[in-house]
Ligand binder design. Structure first.
Ligand SMILES: [Zn+2]
Length: 181
């Protein structure tokens, strides 16, 4: 099932609304780029790499620094601290952080870890919702429409919004706004 099928229209419209609201707080329009670091500052967040967390066991730090299998995690909500995988590309970092801000602004419960397996106990619906809102932050539907009207290609849109081409395709599929490759 695709995200559009899983998430009701009202929810998807609400996400576009939240993204617009955050942009207007920053005096940005739908077609302006919203770098994750601007939201980091706006939300008073601190982005940490594993070795910057003093309470973390050095063995765990070594494992985390050697792995691509994780992206980012909220480790504290107030003040807001987010651990981020420094191995990922800048475009991936953007979508990872936007996904986390998605969880935050949708007021999802913080994810706990299963004490037996050490794996995060994620709720799939929360993950889908955060992914949807994260995408709206990066490329709002109206921003995508603007880019298409400007005859921008997929690559140009990705560069403009500081996103991966994969994200442009993802947003194009979700919003039904056709992007030329
Ligand atoms: Zn998540």
């Amino acid at each position: 099932m695709t995200l559009t099928e899983k998430l009701p229209t009202e929810f998807r419209q609400r996400c576009e609304g939240i993204a617009t609201e955050q942009r207007s707080l920053l005096n940005l329009r739908a077609f302006d780029r919203l770098p994750a670091d601007v939201l980091v500052a706006q939300l008073n967040a601190k982005i940490l790499t594993p070795e910057q967390i003093p309470s973390l066991d050095p063995c765990v730090v070594a494992v985390l620094l050697d792995s691509d299998q994780w992206s980012a995690g909220i480790i504290n909500q107030n003040p807001l601290w987010i651990i981020n995988n420094p191995r990922h590309t800048p475009a991936r970092r953007e979508s990872n952080l936007m996904h986390k801000f998605g969880h935050l602004l949708l007021r999802h419960k913080i994810v706990h870890f299963d004490p037996n397996t050490g794996l995060p106990l994620r709720r799939q619906i929360d993950e889908d919702e955060a992914t949807y809102l994260g995408g709206c932050f990066q490329i709002p539907r109206r921003g995508l429409l603007w880019a298409v009207q400007c005859q921008m290609t997929q690559t140009e849109i990705a560069v403009h919004f500081n996103a991966s081409e994969e994200m442009v395709r993802f947003r194009s599929n979700l919003t039904g706004v056709n992007v030329k490759t």
